[in-house]
Design a protein around this ligand. Structure first.
Ligand SMILES: Cc1cc2nc3c(=O)[nH]c(=O)nc-3n(C[C@H](O)[C@H](O)[C@H](O)COP(=O)(O)OP(=O)(O)OC[C@H]3O[C@@H](n4cnc5c(N)ncnc54)[C@H](O)[C@@H]3O)c2cc1C
Length: 446
Protein backbone atom coordinates (compact mmCIF):
# COMPACT_ATOMS: atom_id res chain seq x y z
CA UNK A 1 0.00 0.00 0.00
CA UNK A 2 1.30 3.44 -0.86
CA UNK A 3 0.49 5.15 2.39
CA UNK A 4 1.73 8.59 1.34
CA UNK A 5 -0.47 8.55 -1.76
CA UNK A 6 -3.46 7.33 0.24
CA UNK A 7 -2.91 10.00 2.83
CA UNK A 8 -2.58 12.79 0.26
CA UNK A 9 -5.85 11.73 -1.33
CA UNK A 10 -7.42 11.83 2.10
CA UNK A 11 -6.06 15.34 2.65
CA UNK A 12 -7.40 16.49 -0.71
CA UNK A 13 -10.90 15.40 0.23
CA UNK A 14 -10.97 17.34 3.50
CA UNK A 15 -13.57 19.80 2.36
CA UNK A 16 -15.94 16.99 1.63
CA UNK A 17 -18.62 16.17 4.18
CA UNK A 18 -18.27 12.49 3.28
CA UNK A 19 -16.44 10.63 6.00
CA UNK A 20 -12.98 9.50 4.93
CA UNK A 21 -11.95 6.09 6.05
CA UNK A 22 -8.61 5.71 7.78
CA UNK A 23 -7.12 2.71 9.53
CA UNK A 24 -6.02 4.43 12.72
CA UNK A 25 -6.94 7.67 14.38
CA UNK A 26 -4.59 8.35 17.29
CA UNK A 27 -6.00 10.91 19.73
CA UNK A 28 -3.31 12.72 21.74
CA UNK A 29 0.30 13.44 20.77
CA UNK A 30 1.96 12.93 24.15
CA UNK A 31 4.48 10.14 24.71
CA UNK A 32 2.00 7.35 23.96
CA UNK A 33 0.33 8.95 20.95
CA UNK A 34 3.45 10.28 19.20
CA UNK A 35 5.26 6.94 19.56
CA UNK A 36 2.39 4.77 18.45
CA UNK A 37 1.40 6.92 15.46
CA UNK A 38 5.00 7.00 14.29
CA UNK A 39 5.38 3.24 14.78
CA UNK A 40 2.13 2.41 12.96
CA UNK A 41 3.08 4.51 9.95
CA UNK A 42 6.49 2.88 9.84
CA UNK A 43 4.69 -0.46 9.75
CA UNK A 44 2.91 0.84 6.64
CA UNK A 45 -0.48 1.73 8.07
CA UNK A 46 -2.70 4.72 7.44
CA UNK A 47 -2.62 6.91 10.52
CA UNK A 48 -3.92 10.31 11.50
CA UNK A 49 -2.57 11.78 14.73
CA UNK A 50 -4.39 14.69 16.39
CA UNK A 51 -3.80 16.74 19.49
CA UNK A 52 -5.94 19.56 20.77
CA UNK A 53 -2.89 21.47 21.99
CA UNK A 54 -0.81 23.51 19.61
CA UNK A 55 1.95 25.11 21.68
CA UNK A 56 4.89 23.83 23.66
CA UNK A 57 3.83 21.39 26.38
CA UNK A 58 5.28 23.45 29.18
CA UNK A 59 4.29 21.23 32.08
CA UNK A 60 6.07 19.57 34.93
CA UNK A 61 5.78 15.83 34.33
CA UNK A 62 7.52 12.88 32.73
CA UNK A 63 11.06 13.94 33.55
CA UNK A 64 12.50 10.95 35.30
CA UNK A 65 12.68 8.04 32.89
CA UNK A 66 13.29 4.63 34.38
CA UNK A 67 15.78 2.37 32.54
CA UNK A 68 12.87 0.36 31.13
CA UNK A 69 11.37 3.48 29.57
CA UNK A 70 14.72 4.60 28.15
CA UNK A 71 15.34 1.17 26.63
CA UNK A 72 11.90 1.01 25.05
CA UNK A 73 12.07 4.50 23.56
CA UNK A 74 15.48 3.74 22.08
CA UNK A 75 14.24 0.39 20.74
CA UNK A 76 11.29 2.11 19.08
CA UNK A 77 13.59 4.54 17.27
CA UNK A 78 13.35 7.58 19.57
CA UNK A 79 16.93 7.48 20.85
CA UNK A 80 17.71 10.62 18.89
CA UNK A 81 14.94 12.56 20.65
CA UNK A 82 15.99 11.28 24.01
CA UNK A 83 19.67 10.65 24.48
CA UNK A 84 21.15 14.00 23.45
CA UNK A 85 18.61 16.03 25.38
CA UNK A 86 18.71 13.99 28.57
CA UNK A 87 21.01 13.43 31.48
CA UNK A 88 22.08 9.92 32.64
CA UNK A 89 21.28 8.89 36.21
CA UNK A 90 23.08 5.78 37.45
CA UNK A 91 23.22 6.22 41.20
CA UNK A 92 20.71 7.05 43.86
CA UNK A 93 21.70 8.29 47.28
CA UNK A 94 19.16 8.05 50.07
CA UNK A 95 19.80 9.55 53.47
CA UNK A 96 17.75 10.11 56.54
CA UNK A 97 18.97 13.02 58.65
CA UNK A 98 16.79 11.78 61.49
CA UNK A 99 18.64 8.50 61.74
CA UNK A 100 21.93 8.38 63.64
CA UNK A 101 22.80 5.03 62.00
CA UNK A 102 24.65 5.31 58.75
CA UNK A 103 24.29 2.33 56.46
CA UNK A 104 21.00 1.12 57.89
CA UNK A 105 18.16 3.60 57.68
CA UNK A 106 20.62 6.47 57.66
CA UNK A 107 22.37 6.36 54.32
CA UNK A 108 22.13 4.09 51.31
CA UNK A 109 23.68 4.16 47.86
CA UNK A 110 21.97 2.23 45.10
CA UNK A 111 22.94 1.74 41.49
CA UNK A 112 20.76 0.49 38.71
CA UNK A 113 21.57 -3.14 37.90
CA UNK A 114 23.43 -4.41 34.82
CA UNK A 115 24.90 -1.00 33.93
CA UNK A 116 21.47 0.31 33.03
CA UNK A 117 20.67 3.93 33.65
CA UNK A 118 17.69 6.14 34.20
CA UNK A 119 17.53 9.46 32.34
CA UNK A 120 16.35 12.91 33.29
CA UNK A 121 14.90 15.19 30.66
CA UNK A 122 12.74 18.29 30.64
CA UNK A 123 9.23 17.25 29.64
CA UNK A 124 9.06 19.91 26.96
CA UNK A 125 12.26 18.58 25.34
CA UNK A 126 11.02 15.01 25.43
CA UNK A 127 7.64 15.76 23.90
CA UNK A 128 8.98 18.15 21.28
CA UNK A 129 11.63 15.59 20.32
CA UNK A 130 9.08 12.78 19.97
CA UNK A 131 6.66 15.02 18.07
CA UNK A 132 9.36 16.15 15.64
CA UNK A 133 10.14 12.53 14.77
CA UNK A 134 6.43 11.70 14.43
CA UNK A 135 5.90 14.75 12.21
CA UNK A 136 8.75 13.69 9.92
CA UNK A 137 7.05 10.34 9.52
CA UNK A 138 3.43 11.49 9.31
CA UNK A 139 3.66 14.84 7.51
CA UNK A 140 0.26 16.48 7.21
CA UNK A 141 -1.42 13.53 8.91
CA UNK A 142 -0.18 14.90 12.21
CA UNK A 143 -2.62 17.64 13.16
CA UNK A 144 -1.87 19.77 16.19
CA UNK A 145 -4.39 22.27 17.58
CA UNK A 146 -7.19 19.97 16.46
CA UNK A 147 -10.20 18.96 18.50
CA UNK A 148 -11.91 15.63 17.97
CA UNK A 149 -15.65 15.25 18.44
CA UNK A 150 -18.12 12.43 18.03
CA UNK A 151 -19.84 12.85 14.64
CA UNK A 152 -23.23 12.13 16.14
CA UNK A 153 -24.79 11.84 19.57
CA UNK A 154 -25.22 8.08 19.49
CA UNK A 155 -21.48 7.33 19.26
CA UNK A 156 -21.02 3.65 18.49
CA UNK A 157 -17.68 2.17 19.69
CA UNK A 158 -18.06 -0.58 17.07
CA UNK A 159 -18.49 1.85 14.14
CA UNK A 160 -16.90 5.08 15.32
CA UNK A 161 -17.20 8.26 13.29
CA UNK A 162 -15.63 11.55 14.33
CA UNK A 163 -15.17 15.15 13.26
CA UNK A 164 -11.75 16.78 13.51
CA UNK A 165 -12.02 20.53 14.07
CA UNK A 166 -8.85 22.51 13.42
CA UNK A 167 -7.99 25.86 14.96
CA UNK A 168 -8.72 27.64 11.62
CA UNK A 169 -12.30 26.32 11.75
CA UNK A 170 -11.88 23.69 9.02
CA UNK A 171 -13.35 20.28 9.69
CA UNK A 172 -12.58 16.80 8.54
CA UNK A 173 -14.97 13.88 8.99
CA UNK A 174 -13.31 10.51 9.62
CA UNK A 175 -14.48 6.96 9.94
CA UNK A 176 -11.44 5.26 11.49
CA UNK A 177 -11.20 1.53 11.65
CA UNK A 178 -9.49 1.91 15.01
CA UNK A 179 -9.30 4.79 17.45
CA UNK A 180 -6.34 4.72 19.82
CA UNK A 181 -7.02 6.86 22.85
CA UNK A 182 -3.68 8.29 23.95
CA UNK A 183 -5.35 11.37 25.37
CA UNK A 184 -4.18 11.23 28.95
CA UNK A 185 -5.91 10.81 32.27
CA UNK A 186 -9.05 12.78 31.35
CA UNK A 187 -9.44 10.66 28.19
CA UNK A 188 -12.31 11.52 25.88
CA UNK A 189 -11.90 8.17 24.11
CA UNK A 190 -12.40 6.40 27.43
CA UNK A 191 -15.59 8.39 27.91
CA UNK A 192 -16.75 7.21 24.48
CA UNK A 193 -16.06 3.66 25.63
CA UNK A 194 -18.41 4.23 28.55
CA UNK A 195 -15.41 3.50 30.76
CA UNK A 196 -15.09 4.57 34.35
CA UNK A 197 -13.89 8.09 34.92
CA UNK A 198 -10.44 8.32 36.38
CA UNK A 199 -10.87 10.04 39.76
CA UNK A 200 -9.36 13.52 39.50
CA UNK A 201 -6.49 12.61 41.78
CA UNK A 202 -6.49 8.91 40.93
CA UNK A 203 -7.13 6.35 43.65
CA UNK A 204 -4.76 6.90 46.51
CA UNK A 205 -2.48 3.89 46.72
CA UNK A 206 -2.56 1.56 49.66
CA UNK A 207 -0.31 2.77 52.47
CA UNK A 208 -0.06 6.00 50.57
CA UNK A 209 -1.31 9.23 52.03
CA UNK A 210 -3.19 12.09 50.50
CA UNK A 211 -0.21 14.16 49.65
CA UNK A 212 0.88 16.59 47.05
CA UNK A 213 4.11 16.37 45.17
CA UNK A 214 5.46 19.87 44.82
CA UNK A 215 8.16 20.52 42.29
CA UNK A 216 10.31 23.34 41.00
CA UNK A 217 13.27 23.96 38.77
CA UNK A 218 16.42 25.08 40.51
CA UNK A 219 18.53 27.18 38.20
CA UNK A 220 22.12 28.30 38.58
CA UNK A 221 22.99 26.50 41.82
CA UNK A 222 26.61 25.46 42.23
CA UNK A 223 28.01 22.15 43.48
CA UNK A 224 24.92 20.08 42.77
CA UNK A 225 25.38 16.30 42.67
CA UNK A 226 25.14 14.41 39.38
CA UNK A 227 23.08 11.62 40.86
CA UNK A 228 19.66 11.30 42.46
CA UNK A 229 19.54 12.54 46.04
CA UNK A 230 16.74 11.79 48.45
CA UNK A 231 17.18 13.53 51.78
CA UNK A 232 14.73 13.06 54.59
CA UNK A 233 15.27 16.16 56.70
CA UNK A 234 14.67 16.56 60.41
CA UNK A 235 12.12 19.34 60.26
CA UNK A 236 10.86 19.95 56.74
CA UNK A 237 9.98 16.65 55.09
CA UNK A 238 11.80 14.90 52.26
CA UNK A 239 13.64 16.45 49.34
CA UNK A 240 14.06 14.52 46.12
CA UNK A 241 16.37 16.03 43.57
CA UNK A 242 18.05 15.12 40.30
CA UNK A 243 19.94 16.99 37.57
CA UNK A 244 18.27 17.80 34.28
CA UNK A 245 21.49 18.94 32.60
CA UNK A 246 22.28 22.51 31.44
CA UNK A 247 22.71 23.68 35.04
CA UNK A 248 19.12 22.80 35.93
CA UNK A 249 18.04 20.66 38.84
CA UNK A 250 14.56 19.27 39.49
CA UNK A 251 13.55 19.41 43.14
CA UNK A 252 10.54 17.60 44.55
CA UNK A 253 8.96 17.76 47.96
CA UNK A 254 5.97 15.97 49.47
CA UNK A 255 3.43 17.81 51.58
CA UNK A 256 0.06 16.89 53.06
CA UNK A 257 -2.75 17.52 50.59
CA UNK A 258 -5.20 18.69 53.25
CA UNK A 259 -5.99 22.38 53.34
CA UNK A 260 -5.08 23.13 49.72
CA UNK A 261 -1.86 25.06 50.37
CA UNK A 262 -1.26 28.13 48.25
CA UNK A 263 1.64 28.62 45.90
CA UNK A 264 3.42 30.93 48.36
CA UNK A 265 3.31 28.22 51.06
CA UNK A 266 4.55 25.59 48.63
CA UNK A 267 7.40 27.83 47.54
CA UNK A 268 8.32 28.54 51.17
CA UNK A 269 8.20 24.80 51.96
CA UNK A 270 10.46 23.97 49.02
CA UNK A 271 12.94 26.61 50.16
CA UNK A 272 12.87 25.29 53.74
CA UNK A 273 13.53 21.67 52.78
CA UNK A 274 16.23 22.68 50.31
CA UNK A 275 17.96 24.92 52.85
CA UNK A 276 18.00 22.13 55.41
CA UNK A 277 19.41 19.66 52.86
CA UNK A 278 22.00 22.02 51.36
CA UNK A 279 24.87 21.29 53.75
CA UNK A 280 24.49 17.59 52.97
CA UNK A 281 24.22 18.11 49.24
CA UNK A 282 27.11 20.57 49.19
CA UNK A 283 25.28 22.99 46.92
CA UNK A 284 24.93 26.74 47.07
CA UNK A 285 22.85 29.48 45.51
CA UNK A 286 20.37 29.03 42.70
CA UNK A 287 16.95 30.41 41.89
CA UNK A 288 13.75 28.40 42.20
CA UNK A 289 11.23 28.74 39.38
CA UNK A 290 8.20 27.02 37.83
CA UNK A 291 6.84 25.97 41.22
CA UNK A 292 3.88 23.63 40.89
CA UNK A 293 2.18 20.71 42.67
CA UNK A 294 0.23 17.56 41.80
CA UNK A 295 -1.33 14.67 43.79
CA UNK A 296 1.46 12.28 44.67
CA UNK A 297 -0.07 8.88 45.37
CA UNK A 298 -2.52 7.98 42.63
CA UNK A 299 -2.85 4.50 41.19
CA UNK A 300 -5.64 3.72 38.78
CA UNK A 301 -6.14 1.26 35.95
CA UNK A 302 -9.16 1.75 33.69
CA UNK A 303 -10.70 -0.41 30.96
CA UNK A 304 -8.29 -1.09 28.08
CA UNK A 305 -10.47 -1.58 25.02
CA UNK A 306 -14.01 -1.65 23.73
CA UNK A 307 -15.26 -2.14 20.20
CA UNK A 308 -12.81 -0.31 17.98
CA UNK A 309 -11.47 1.90 20.72
CA UNK A 310 -8.20 1.02 22.44
CA UNK A 311 -6.40 2.97 25.16
CA UNK A 312 -2.73 3.45 25.96
CA UNK A 313 -0.65 5.52 28.37
CA UNK A 314 -2.33 7.57 31.07
CA UNK A 315 -5.71 7.14 29.37
CA UNK A 316 -5.45 3.51 30.47
CA UNK A 317 -3.40 3.66 33.65
CA UNK A 318 -2.44 6.52 35.95
CA UNK A 319 0.43 6.01 38.33
CA UNK A 320 2.14 8.13 40.91
CA UNK A 321 4.33 10.85 39.44
CA UNK A 322 7.01 9.70 41.86
CA UNK A 323 9.83 7.72 40.40
CA UNK A 324 9.07 7.76 36.70
CA UNK A 325 6.51 5.04 36.24
CA UNK A 326 4.20 6.81 33.82
CA UNK A 327 6.42 6.72 30.78
CA UNK A 328 7.52 3.17 31.55
CA UNK A 329 3.86 2.17 31.41
CA UNK A 330 3.02 4.31 28.38
CA UNK A 331 5.98 3.02 26.35
CA UNK A 332 5.17 -0.57 27.33
CA UNK A 333 1.58 -0.14 26.12
CA UNK A 334 2.83 1.29 22.84
CA UNK A 335 5.35 -1.47 22.27
CA UNK A 336 2.74 -4.12 22.98
CA UNK A 337 0.20 -2.51 20.67
CA UNK A 338 2.69 -2.17 17.83
CA UNK A 339 3.72 -5.77 18.31
CA UNK A 340 0.13 -6.97 18.14
CA UNK A 341 -0.50 -4.96 14.97
CA UNK A 342 2.70 -6.22 13.40
CA UNK A 343 1.93 -9.85 14.31
CA UNK A 344 -1.22 -9.61 12.25
CA UNK A 345 0.40 -8.12 9.19
CA UNK A 346 -1.41 -9.21 6.05
CA UNK A 347 -4.59 -9.92 7.95
CA UNK A 348 -7.50 -7.68 6.95
CA UNK A 349 -7.62 -6.14 10.43
CA UNK A 350 -4.83 -5.59 12.89
CA UNK A 351 -6.87 -6.80 15.85
CA UNK A 352 -9.59 -9.34 16.34
CA UNK A 353 -11.68 -9.87 19.44
CA UNK A 354 -9.11 -12.26 20.79
CA UNK A 355 -6.25 -9.81 20.45
CA UNK A 356 -8.27 -7.05 22.09
CA UNK A 357 -8.74 -9.32 25.06
CA UNK A 358 -5.09 -10.24 24.86
CA UNK A 359 -4.20 -6.58 24.84
CA UNK A 360 -6.31 -5.98 27.90
CA UNK A 361 -4.49 -8.77 29.76
CA UNK A 362 -1.16 -7.55 28.49
CA UNK A 363 -1.84 -3.98 29.54
CA UNK A 364 -2.55 -5.16 33.06
CA UNK A 365 0.58 -7.27 33.13
CA UNK A 366 2.78 -4.39 31.93
CA UNK A 367 1.30 -2.10 34.51
CA UNK A 368 2.24 -4.61 37.20
CA UNK A 369 5.78 -5.17 35.99
CA UNK A 370 7.01 -1.63 35.70
CA UNK A 371 10.40 -1.21 37.32
CA UNK A 372 10.20 1.55 39.85
CA UNK A 373 13.07 1.14 42.20
CA UNK A 374 13.24 4.64 43.55
CA UNK A 375 9.49 4.93 43.93
CA UNK A 376 9.30 1.97 46.28
CA UNK A 377 12.31 2.94 48.29
CA UNK A 378 11.04 6.45 48.55
CA UNK A 379 7.66 5.35 49.80
CA UNK A 380 8.91 2.71 52.18
CA UNK A 381 11.43 4.83 53.97
CA UNK A 382 11.26 8.47 53.21
CA UNK A 383 7.78 9.63 52.35
CA UNK A 384 6.66 10.08 55.93
CA UNK A 385 7.71 6.46 56.46
CA UNK A 386 4.52 4.34 56.50
CA UNK A 387 6.64 1.22 57.01
CA UNK A 388 9.53 1.78 59.35
CA UNK A 389 12.84 0.00 59.76
CA UNK A 390 12.78 -2.12 56.65
CA UNK A 391 15.42 -0.24 54.71
CA UNK A 392 18.23 -2.69 55.02
CA UNK A 393 16.09 -5.74 54.49
CA UNK A 394 14.67 -4.41 51.29
CA UNK A 395 17.91 -3.03 49.97
CA UNK A 396 19.74 -6.29 50.69
CA UNK A 397 16.93 -8.27 49.21
CA UNK A 398 16.88 -6.10 46.12
CA UNK A 399 20.60 -6.52 45.66
CA UNK A 400 20.17 -10.29 45.77
CA UNK A 401 17.18 -10.30 43.52
CA UNK A 402 16.14 -7.12 41.69
CA UNK A 403 12.91 -8.75 40.54
CA UNK A 404 11.61 -8.78 44.09
CA UNK A 405 11.47 -5.08 44.36
CA UNK A 406 9.21 -4.99 41.37
CA UNK A 407 6.72 -7.11 43.25
CA UNK A 408 6.87 -4.76 46.17
CA UNK A 409 4.81 -2.49 43.96
CA UNK A 410 1.88 -4.63 45.01
CA UNK A 411 2.16 -2.98 48.39
CA UNK A 412 1.00 0.28 46.98
CA UNK A 413 -2.21 -0.82 45.36
CA UNK A 414 -3.45 -0.51 41.84
CA UNK A 415 -1.56 -3.58 40.72
CA UNK A 416 -3.59 -6.40 42.29
CA UNK A 417 -7.27 -6.89 42.87
CA UNK A 418 -6.51 -7.31 46.58
CA UNK A 419 -3.76 -5.20 48.06
CA UNK A 420 -0.88 -7.09 49.58
CA UNK A 421 -1.07 -7.48 53.34
CA UNK A 422 1.81 -6.27 55.41
CA UNK A 423 2.47 -9.71 56.84
CA UNK A 424 3.05 -10.99 53.30
CA UNK A 425 6.03 -8.68 52.93
CA UNK A 426 8.70 -10.93 54.52
CA UNK A 427 7.82 -13.74 52.12
CA UNK A 428 7.98 -11.33 49.26
CA UNK A 429 11.46 -10.35 50.32
CA UNK A 430 12.59 -13.96 50.55
CA UNK A 431 12.66 -14.18 54.33
CA UNK A 432 11.54 -17.29 56.22
CA UNK A 433 7.88 -17.19 57.26
CA UNK A 434 6.00 -16.93 59.53
CA UNK A 435 8.14 -14.05 60.58
CA UNK A 436 7.85 -12.86 64.13
CA UNK A 437 8.43 -9.29 65.14
CA UNK A 438 11.41 -10.46 67.18
CA UNK A 439 13.05 -12.24 64.26
CA UNK A 440 12.61 -9.16 62.15
CA UNK A 441 14.17 -6.97 64.83
CA UNK A 442 17.11 -9.37 65.21
CA UNK A 443 17.69 -9.31 61.53
CA UNK A 444 17.59 -5.53 61.43
CA UNK A 445 20.14 -5.36 64.22
CA UNK A 446 22.47 -7.98 62.78
C1 LIG B 1 3.35 16.12 38.13
C2 LIG B 1 3.67 14.90 37.36
C3 LIG B 1 4.97 14.46 37.28
C4 LIG B 1 5.28 13.30 36.56
N1 LIG B 1 6.56 12.87 36.51
C5 LIG B 1 6.86 11.75 35.83
C6 LIG B 1 8.20 11.30 35.73
O1 LIG B 1 9.11 11.92 36.28
N2 LIG B 1 8.44 10.20 34.98
C7 LIG B 1 7.45 9.49 34.36
O2 LIG B 1 7.74 8.47 33.69
N3 LIG B 1 6.17 9.90 34.43
C8 LIG B 1 5.85 11.00 35.14
N4 LIG B 1 4.57 11.42 35.19
C9 LIG B 1 3.58 10.67 34.44
C10 LIG B 1 3.72 10.96 32.94
O3 LIG B 1 3.76 12.35 32.72
C11 LIG B 1 2.58 10.32 32.18
O4 LIG B 1 2.45 8.97 32.54
C12 LIG B 1 2.82 10.41 30.69
O5 LIG B 1 3.00 11.76 30.31
C13 LIG B 1 1.63 9.81 29.97
O6 LIG B 1 1.76 10.06 28.61
P1 LIG B 1 0.49 10.00 27.70
O7 LIG B 1 0.97 10.18 26.31
O8 LIG B 1 -0.32 8.80 28.00
O9 LIG B 1 -0.45 11.23 28.18
P2 LIG B 1 -0.19 12.77 28.22
O10 LIG B 1 1.24 13.10 28.38
O11 LIG B 1 -1.16 13.32 29.20
O12 LIG B 1 -0.60 13.26 26.75
C14 LIG B 1 -1.95 13.30 26.37
C15 LIG B 1 -2.04 14.19 25.13
O13 LIG B 1 -3.39 14.12 24.68
C16 LIG B 1 -3.84 15.43 24.34
N5 LIG B 1 -5.30 15.40 24.50
C17 LIG B 1 -6.01 15.25 25.63
N6 LIG B 1 -7.31 15.24 25.35
C18 LIG B 1 -7.43 15.40 24.01
C19 LIG B 1 -8.54 15.46 23.13
N7 LIG B 1 -9.80 15.38 23.56
N8 LIG B 1 -8.29 15.63 21.82
C20 LIG B 1 -7.01 15.73 21.35
N9 LIG B 1 -5.92 15.67 22.15
C21 LIG B 1 -6.14 15.50 23.46
C22 LIG B 1 -3.11 16.34 25.32
O14 LIG B 1 -3.01 17.67 24.80
C23 LIG B 1 -1.75 15.66 25.43
O15 LIG B 1 -0.83 16.15 24.49
C24 LIG B 1 4.25 12.57 35.90
C25 LIG B 1 2.92 13.03 35.96
C26 LIG B 1 2.62 14.17 36.68
C27 LIG B 1 1.19 14.63 36.74
Amino acid sequence: MNVRATSSQAVASRASTQAETVEFLVVGAGVAGSCIADGLRRLGHEVVLVDRASGRPNRFRGEYLQPSAVQRLVRMGFGEALLDASFPLRRLHFRDLRSPRRGVGGETWIEYPDSTEARAIQHVDLIEGLRAIAEDTLGSDMMMGTRVEAASQGFDPDVPEVVLRSADGSTRRLRPRWILGCDGRGSLVRRWMGGAECPPTGRVAWLGKRELLAGALLEGASGLPEHVEVVRTRRNGTLWTFPLGSGLQRVYWNLPAAGGPRRAEITAGLHAVLDEARPHLGCEGGRMRDVTAAPSNPAWLGPAARGRLVLAGDALAVTSPLGGQGISCASAHVERLLQSVSDRRGAPEPFDTQSLRGYEAEARARYREVRTLNFHIYHLFYSRGPVKGLTRLVVDSWRRNPERLVRLGDLFGGTRAQPLRLREVPALMGLPTPHSRRALTERLQA
